[in-house]
Design a protein around this ligand. Structure first.
Ligand code: GLC
Length: 530
């Protein structure tokens, strides 16, 4: 892995840290950067090559960091720039690169740019944002709806125009048609790259550019994907505009001006895999784009096989897919795919860690953390508060479960965490010493990727398998079979040794061409050398 400066992200496992919930070093109930530093040994032990930190920049927290009031400083509740520098250095000492989260689609309403922009119509910052006159009836300039509900426009009383916000009214959209905005972000990237940051995950990357004429979106139709029906419209004029790709190319050029090149990963929160793949065209956009449609697949062998094969087939040569099962916005995979059944969650973990490409684990995935059920009164996420009884995203943001003690190993005993704990019986401390635990399985799979070049970098080849079984070969000699069906299946064709099985008692088992696989069991087989 050492010779190729890009291998760390192409082949290694990356890990998302949600800083508010990882580790609270100063005892105020909110996780912080010093806490992340304290837990780097865990990440090194797990074998991850990089971490992506959800936003650490200054934020009034209308959307918990995703409303940024200063792109070049650390939020005081999380630490200081000096802490960020130390985190980058300490992670580096452990062979772990640090990615930050860049939120370029919108700022906080409290960002100095927006304060200026709304001061008057002729303020030099005015057109850093998207303003439009009211419709003839005084209403919003067009019919766009915000991803977080309601119209995507809010009237600014002082200047008599509406500003655009595709999320909360407290998150005004930047105007990426404006050259000054583009130049400002070149500088922001450089500010962090110069501090040693290895790259960025780029928030809602597909939405940065909007239709210049602000045309109405067509209404959603029956049978449209859930997301469009929720918006009430097909987002044809505010998502995936042709010009967004130019903007990505520009940011990529900044990343490529560094040695080694820095990594950009787009959050392409899209419905169709084919739409995600457009962000790989030309090879000069971001190196990676999150395959969110894959994460939303049902946990069914045929559905998954189809999604994986469409991704692999549709990627340009040399491009790397991204596989992720959980993040701070979507239900955790042990709940969503596993349905609370630990065996199915183990199967999902085997799948994620054996596909070709970059894997992003989310904090807690390594111990099989499930979504934490919360009462309305416990919720903080504006999305959950608005769409209750849909519980929003707080259930996946509860503190990391380090130990079954008061404070959970996350904060001091007696301190109230910012969100309640989930079930502390599921925790790192106990699983670490149990060879049969989810954590041991996770660590062993990460180590197996490191040990087997086929698994790390070998081509993906789908294999025929009985109904309910997802099976593929990696490189020349690794065969993965995952039985998601209801009955025992016999997987034909693999002769070799089971290197890792969700049923750990089978590790090391010799298979000779016909491998029986009970329901909710997955095995990674190293086949005999030809
Ligand atoms: C992205 C983030 C999400 C945030 C939204 C608006 O989808 O992942 O947490 O609320 O963008 O910034």
């Amino acid at each position: 892995m050492a010779d190729d400066p890009n291998a760390w992200w192409r082949e290694g496992v990356l890990y998302q840290v949600y800083p508010r919930s990882y580790m609270d070093a100063d005892g105020d109930g909110v996780g912080d950067l010093r806490g992340v530093i304290d837990r780097l040994d865990h990440l090194q032990w797990l074998g991850v090559r990089g971490i992506w930190l959800s936003p650490i920049t200054v934020s009034p927290n209308a959307d918990f960091g995703y409303d940024c009031a200063d792109y070049c400083d650390v939020d005081p509740s999380l630490g200081t720039l000096a802490d960020a520098d130390e985190l980058i250095a300490e992670a580096g000492r452990r062979g772990i690169r640090v990615l930050l989260d860049l939120v370029p689609n919108h700022t906080s309403i409290e960002h100095a740019w927006f304060r200026e922009a709304r001061a008057s119509r002729d303020n030099p910052k005015r057109h850093w944002y998207v303003w439009a006159d009211p419709a003839p009836d005084g209403g919003p300039p067009n019919n766009w709806t915000a991803s977080f509900g309601g119209p995507a426009w809010t009237l600014d009383e002082t200047t008599g125009q509406y500003y655009l916000h595709n999320f909360l009214p407290a998150q005004p959209d930047l105007n990426w048609w404006n050259e000054d905005v583009r130049a400002a972000f070149d500088d922001i990237l450089q500010f962090w790259f110069d501090r040693g940051v290895a790259g960025f995950r780029v928030d809602v990357a597909h939405m940065m550019v909007k239709d210049a004429q602000l045309r109405d979106n067509p209404p959603a139709q029956d049978g449209d994907p859930f997301m469009y029906r929720m918006l009430g419209q097909r987002p044809v004029h505010n998502w995936c505009q042709p010009e967004v790709h130019e903007v990505h190319r520009r940011l990529r050029a900044v990343a490529e001006s560094y040695d080694p090149p820095r990594l950009l990963v787009g959050e392409t929160f899209l419905v169709e895999i084919e739409d995600v793949l457009k962000f790989y065209e030309g090879g000069d956009q971001f190196q990676l784009s999150f395959n969110i449609p894959f994460a939303h697949c049902s946990f069914d062998a045929a559905v998954l096989a189809d999604a994986i094969e469409r991704t692999e087939r549709g990627l340009p040569p040399g491009a790397t897919p991204v596989w992720t099962g959980s993040n701070h916005d979507i239900s955790r995979f042990p709940s969503r795919w596993g349905g609370g059944d630990p065996d199915r969650a183990r199967c999902a973990l085997v799948m994620l860690l054996t596909l070709r490409g970059t894997v992003f684990l989310y904090e807690g995935d390594e111990i099989g953390m499930v979504d934490t059920p919360l009462e309305y009164a416990q919720m903080l996420d504006p999305v959950g508060l608005k769409f209750w009884p849909y519980a929003g995203r707080d259930p996946v943001r509860t503190p990391m479960q380090w130990a079954n003690v008061p404070g959970g190993g996350f904060t001091r005993a007696g301190v109230e965490p910012w969100l309640p704990f989930g079930d502390l019986a599921c925790n790192v401390g106990e699983q670490r010493h149990d060879p049969d635990s989810f954590l041991s399985l996770c660590r062993d799979l990460v180590a197996l990727r490191d040990a087997l070049a086929d698994l790390r970098a070998g081509a993906f080849t789908p294999l025929g398998a009985p109904d309910g079984v997802l099976a593929y070969r990696r490189g020349e000699r690794v065969v993965v079979a995952i039985n998601l069906g209801a009955t025992t299946a016999t997987v034909e064709g693999a002769a070799g040794v089971v290197r890792c099985c969700t049923d750990r008692a089978r590790d090391g088992e010799r298979v000779d061409g016909a491998m029986p696989l009970p329901p909710s069991t997955a095995a990674v087989v190293l086949t005999d050398a030809p």
